[in-house]
Design a protein around this ligand. Structure first.
Ligand code: CA
Length: 242
C-alpha cells in the first residue's frame, strides 16, 4: 500500500514540529496546519487519507472540525487530546473520530496509531471492493449470513448479545467504540446499568475467544472509554494490547 497523505492539525508548534519531523523521517506525505478553519479547507481541497487532529484549537472546537469533515469524508481521524480532556475525547469518538492519542505521547505510539489507521483504510477499501457475508480477522471468522462464529475451524457458541457485540466490533474494526455508542447500538440506551452489563458481556465474550491467543488480543479495552477490535496482521505480531 502506498504511504497515505496525512493531515496534521495542531496549534502547539513544538508538537506540530515533532509530528512533522516523525512523519518526514518515515516517508509519510503530510500537510501541517495550526487551526480548525485551515483543517477543514485542507481536508476538502487535498482529500487526505488520515487526519491527526488536536482537540484544543484556537479558533474552533476539534469536535466541530470532526462533525464538518464527517459530512463528506470517512477518512480515519485520530484525535490528540490532553489528559484533562477526557470528556472531549469521548465526544470526539462519538462524533466520528476513530482513535485517540493522549498527550504526552511517544513517537512510537504515534506511528503505531497511524499503522492501525492505515490498516483500517485498507479494510475499508477491501470491504468496498467485495463486501461478502464472511468477516475474517486472523483465526476469527464470522459467517454473517448464517450467524455463526468460528475460531479456526471450531465453532464457538455465543449468546445473542455476545454475537451482536462481536458483529458491532467487527463492522468497525480498527475504530475505538465508546461505551455509549455500543450500549446505544445493543440496547438502545446508555444508562449506568447498561454500561455495567456491557462490561459483563464483554468479559464473557473475551473468555470465549481466549482459547486462541491472537484472537484474545484482538479486542482492546480502553479504560473509561470503550473497546476496539484491531485488525490482526500476521506480519505485525507485536501490536500491543493497551
Ligand atoms: Ca492545542
Amino acid at each position: 500500500m502506498n504511504k497515505p497523505l496525512i493531515l496534521v492539525v495542531e496549534d502547539d508548534r513544538p508538537i506540530r514540529n515533532l509530528i512533522s519531523a516523525t512523519l518526514k523521517m518515515h516517508d509519510y506525505k503530510f500537510i501541517a496546519v495550526g487551526n480548525g478553519a485551515e483543517a477543514v479547507l485542507e481536508a476538502s481541497s487535498h482529500n487526505p487519507d488520515i487526519m491527526l487532529l488536536d482537540l484544543g484549537l484556537p479558533d474552533m472546537d476539534g469536535v466541530d472540525v470532526i462533525k464538518r469533515i464527517r459530512s463528506w469524508s470517512d477518512m480515519p481521524i485520530i484525535v490528540i487530546s490532553a489528559r484533562s480532556e477526557d470528556r472531549d475525547k469521548i465526544d470526539a469518538l462519538d462524533s466520528g473520530a476513530d482513535d485517540y492519542l493522549t498527550k504526552p505521547f511517544s513517537v512510537e505510539e504515534l506511528l503505531a496509531r497511524i499503522r492501525v489507521a492505515q490498516r483500517r483504510l485498507s479494510v475499508v477499501q477491501t470491504d468496498r471492493a467485495a463486501s461478502g457475508p464472511l468477516f475474517v480477522n486472523g483465526d476469527l471468522k464470522i459467517d454473517l449470513a448464517a450467524g455463526l462464529v468460528f475460531l479456526g475451524n471450531e465453532q464457538i457458541h455465543l449468546t445473542p448479545i455476545e454475537y451482536k457485540l462481536i458483529c458491532l466490533l467487527a463492522a468497525n474494526v480498527g475504530k475505538v467504540l465508546t461505551h455509549t455508542f455500543i450500549t446505544q447500538k445493543i440496547w438502545g440506551s446508555s444508562w449506568e446499568n447498561d454500561i455495567a452489563s456491557l462490561r459483563v458481556f464483554m468479559a464473557t465474550l473475551r473468555r470465549k475467544l481466549e482459547s486462541d491467543p491472537d484472537t484474545k488480543r484482538c479486542i482492546q479495552t480502553h479504560i473509561g472509554v470503550g473497546y476496539r477490535m484491531i485488525r490482526i496482521d500476521p506480519a505485525d505480531k507485536e501490536e500491543k494490547e493497551q
